[in-house]
Design a binder for this molecule. Structure first.
Ligand code: GTP
Length: 600
């Protein structure tokens, strides 16, 4: 297939607007998968993705299609639909020349539609808007078309109407792609040059790289070089995703396919890297900004004996998800564990779920925190990933000139009647409203700047409940800004418990401090002495609660009773102990950590 007869495209959409369903329909239409319904949603491969119905890791598939008597090779590059994974979206977009912007005709434009449009537009891609779910009673295609025109300033006349569910209009999708999306440039005659845009580890094949070949050709035996590391590799297999990896004799300019070479670990495969033929260096492609962790959380085994097994499971899981960053961490209260960095809280949830389900792990995950920055008088800047790294009250006074926190720039779209609630939600989360516009007679698009820390807790849940599910939300990183940060500590009988410390904005110290002390009191069992719970910030006590001592001996009521019952009771007590973390003299049940750490 010469480049003129290749089309590399993707489908971008807000969550649930029908991207995976449309992809399935296109693969059925071209005979890549059968219509029996057995391998529905082939693109959503991970188990969690199927369960949650969201796409996390992009998958791709090739199709052959005849149009006006010509045969075309169509490469569909899948993109994830959730805000946490917009990094994955932009790297998928780099491999194609155009994209279908799929909009649910009943729901209209949502925040993710807007964000995705600008991502694609920024990459210089041809964007074809299409309306899906026109079969629904509630569909309002004319209204959705108007929103598209006013939000994106593009002509929405002749917009394709379809139902990926019933199949209506789906036959016109590929012809539109062929006619509107330009073929990949490049030439097979030029020296080989390819962009690595995705990679995964396969148990049998080892490291598999998905590449978009820009120029030249690659086949088994070709010796290639990574521009990033200058390491040389020999290609063992090339092929296309059909939808499973299917070997071909070569991959030519314009094609998208996989290669397997002698890479030992996934760490060698840098997404965004350019590959060229040995001794024929080329100018590198632009590449990508690497994924940045937005959210950090401590992960600890519930049972310390499980540390090694958990270590292995985390290693295996991160093998296929290089966007998780891993650092070992030791906590006085929780023992040895890790501090993991995620793209967002959904990413964190997915990771936890996979650890528990696929690796049968029992873990405690601390409350999510964002990476703060501390600027010192000597001009240096330090990132802090864990509250333990936060400067002491003394150095805050003497050496620190500013504390900074990350911000996001957010887009919220909602029906007009929720305007009051949405504005209030933004301001109570320390947001700064930048502007709001009407995208049709009754829908509002609000732009605001919010501290990332506010977004990673319960912002999304509140947004949904305050708008009865009608508001949609998306964000992108917007750099660091100065912020009045303090560290809150939890003291049990005067001793600070590191794992319960948290960094926060000064304005939330009092409410959070009181809340924490109160919640801890509820879960700490009475012991043989009084337990004083205190929360403190900057050396000042914010709240204080007391758990009164327990006088009764557990075995007291068994005196004179039979010995086996006594033993049983003692054993029970011992079991209870196993799940306790001892801190100084105070024993904390696991629930204490969970109740304080999981967000309210
Ligand atoms: P992510 O993978 O999370 O991005 O979602 P998605 O955009 O891939 O959505 P998906 O294809 O999973 O579809 C979401 C829901 O909408 C499913 O229950 C589909 O059956 C349904 N759906 C998709 N297309 C249509 C359609 O044309 N009409 C109707 N009525 N329902 C549809």
């Amino acid at each position: 297939y010469p480049p003129e007869r290749i089309r590399n495209f993707s489908i971008i959409a807000h969550i649930d607007h029908g991207k995976s369903t449309l992809a399935d329909r296109l693969l059925e239409l071209t005979g890549v998968i059968s219509k029996t319904g057995k391998n529905k949603q082939v693109l959503d491969k991970l188990k969690v993705e199927r369960e949650r119905g969201i796409t996390v890791k992009a998958q791709s598939a090739s199709m052959f299609y005849e149009h006006m008597g010509q045969k075309y090779l169509m490469n569909l590059i899948d993109t994830p639909g959730h805000v946490d994974f917009s990094y994955e979206v932009s790297r998928s977009l780099a491999a194609c020349q155009g994209t279908i912007l799929l909009v649910d005709a009943a729901q209209g434009i949502q925040a993710q539609t807007v964000a995705n449009f600008y991502l694609a537009f920024g990459e210089g891609l041809e964007v074809i808007p299409m309306l899906n779910k026109v079969d629904l009673q509630t569909a309002e295609p004319a209204r959705a078309a108007k929103q598209i025109e006013s939000a994106f300033e593009i002509d929405a006349g002749g917009l394709l109407h379809m139902s990926a569910k019933t199949g209506l209009g789906v036959d016109q999708v590929l012809p539109a792609v062929i006619e509107k999306i330009p073929p990949p440039g490049g030439s097979s005659g030029r020296p080989f040059k390819a962009l690595l845009f995705d990679t995964w580890y396969d148990r049998y094949q080892g490291v598999v790289c998905l590449m978009a070949v820009k120029d030249g050709a690659i086949r088994k035996g070709t010796r290639i070089v990574s521009n990033h590391s200058k390491t040389k590799y020999e290609v063992a297999e090339v092929g296309i995703m059909y939808p499973e990896p299917t070997p071909t004799t070569s991959l030519q300019a314009g094609q998208v396919g996989y290669i397997v070479c002698n890479m030992k670990s996934i760490a060698e495969a840098h997404v965004g890297d350019t590959f060229y033929r040995d001794k024929e260096p080329v100018e590198a492609l632009p590449g990508f900004v690497p994924a940045k962790s937005m959210v950090f959380a401590g992960v600890f085994p519930i049972d310390a004996d499980e540390f090694d097994r958990l270590d292995e499971s985390i290693q295996k899981l991160t093998l296929n998800d290089s966007s998780v960053s891993v650092h070992k961490e030791t906590s006085a209260a929780l023992g040895q564990g890790w501090r993991l960095g995620f793209l967002g809280t959904l990413h964190m949830d997915v990771f936890r779920q996979r650890l528990e389900e696929e690796y049968d792990a029992n873990v405690l995950i601390t409350a999510p925190t964002v990476p703060y920055q501390i600027k010192y008088r000597d001009g240096s800047t330090h990132f802090i990933r864990t509250p333990a790294d936060f400067p002491s009250a003394i150095s805050m006074q003497d050496a620190v000139v500013a504390t900074m926190e990350p911000f996001v720039s957010a887009t919220v779209i909602f029906p007009e009647q929720y305007m009051g609630q949405m504005f209030e939600l933004c301001t109570t989360h320390r947001g700064e409203i930048q502007n709001h516009t009407f995208i049709d007679e009754s829908r509002v698009m609000l732009k605001c700047r919010l501290p990332t820390a506010e977004v990673v807790t319960d912002f999304f849940d509140k947004l949904k409940s305050k708008s009865q599910g009608f508001a949609s939300f998306d964000y992108e990183e917007a750099g660091y800004g100065e912020s009045d940060l303090v560290k809150m500590e939890v003291l049990l009988n005067g001793e600070s418990v590191d794992a319960l410390a948290a960094v926060m904005h000064r304005s939330s110290v009092v409410t959070t401090g009181r809340d924490m002390a109160r919640r801890l009191k509820e879960v700490i069992r009475r012991q043989l002495f009084d337990i004083i719970i205190q929360t403190a910030a900057n050396g000042k006590i914010v709240a204080r609660e007391t758990v009164k001592q327990l006088r009764k001996n557990v075995t007291a009521k068994c005196y004179g009773g039979d010995i086996s019952r006594k033993m049983k009771l003692l054993n029970k007590q011992k079991e209870g102990k196993k799940r306790m973390k001892k801190f100084g003299k105070v024993e904390l049940p696991q629930e204490a950590f969970l109740s304080v750490m999981t967000s309210k």
